[in-house]
Ligand binder design. Sequence first.
Ligand code: THU
Length: 130
Amino acid sequence: MTRAQLLQAARKARTQAICTYSGFAVGAALLSRDGQVITGCNIENASYGLTVCAERVALWKALSEGITRFKRIVIVTESPVPTPPCGACRQLLWEFAGDIEVLLGDLQQVRESHQLRALFPTPFGARNLR
Ligand code: THU
């Protein structure tokens, strides 16, 4: 699974976005360590606040299917400025996926690449509860 193929999967997922209120469609494609691709799109609803980001939809889909080890995620929007994951998604990706590679793309190509650790320094995690 190349980065370009993962971008394509995120692009396809983005077409399912339910972004009735923001009009901002996001697609995500998560690659597991064993090569599976799990996609997600953002899902908004009338309460606004119950919106779920594309990244979290992909993550919940994966975890609920027993896929628990990850390599990278691609996030795609049509925005001229790459869209990084929101704070809540950074927390959840950190807790459940660890220091994965986070690729930010548009409809054409991957524009930026980051390690999650760099996007989310000094994380709160399970070890803080010990
Ligand atoms: N959104 C995502 O799905 N992922 C991001 O990384 C940033 C924001 C969604 C949430 C909401 O549906 C819309 O984009 C505008 O914030």
